[in-house]
Design a protein around this ligand. Sequence first.
Ligand SMILES: [Zn+2]
Ligand SMILES: [Zn+2]
Length: 241
Amino acid sequence: MQIHSDYHMHSKYSGDSKNELEAIVQRALELGLKEIAITDHGPKHDGYGIKKADYWLIRKEIDLLKEKYPQIHILLGIEANILGTDGEIDLDEEMREICDWVNAGYHFGSNLRYDLKIHLYNFLSRYSKSFYKKAKELNTKAMVNAMMRNPINMITHPGSKGPIDIAEVASVASQTETMLEINNAHGHLTVAEIEIAKQYGVKFVMCSDAHRIEKIGLVPKSIERALAAGLTPDDVYNALQ
Ligand SMILES: [Zn+2]
Ligand SMILES: [Zn+2]
């Protein structure tokens, strides 16, 4: 299996990457990618989030790059944070208007003030089974509500920053036509999770989550897990047929 497009990568506008937008586009072209989405962290992530005002700068920069490199589709995306169990994400209406592709994911410690409980249980989940169970319940609720409340193209690394009930998440993902990521940089979805999600007719996406230029478009670990779970290119949105 191979991919033709990558929908999860970060640029210098995220606190944890130094990638220039033009360098990203040039690397994607070298690899022969058809489409990319630049998906920096949503503004409410305390450590790595973009400055909201920068979103319009990124839009402008991407529009210029689209003119300069018409041979590739460049989308302005976001990796919004799922902020709490109510399903709120940090992509407001103004930002949504200029956004082409929405990823959303749970990140430990993003905006502690919004829903302290979910972060607390995720932190405590490694210490006891009952905390783990509670964390799983809260994370699942947050992810399900996020998909019900917001149009989201793809949930990033489901289960990698806190446990989830994959059957429940997959069932809602299928209803809301939200795709689930097989993230190359993080271990989720795992083979077992993919096998369960597939039963609900979920569409998958294999993405790099690149924070460095040389990682863009490369998803060997995603491919390995997808194949181990018995997926075919038909199951994967960005797989070459
Ligand atoms: Zn993430
Ligand atoms: Zn990411």
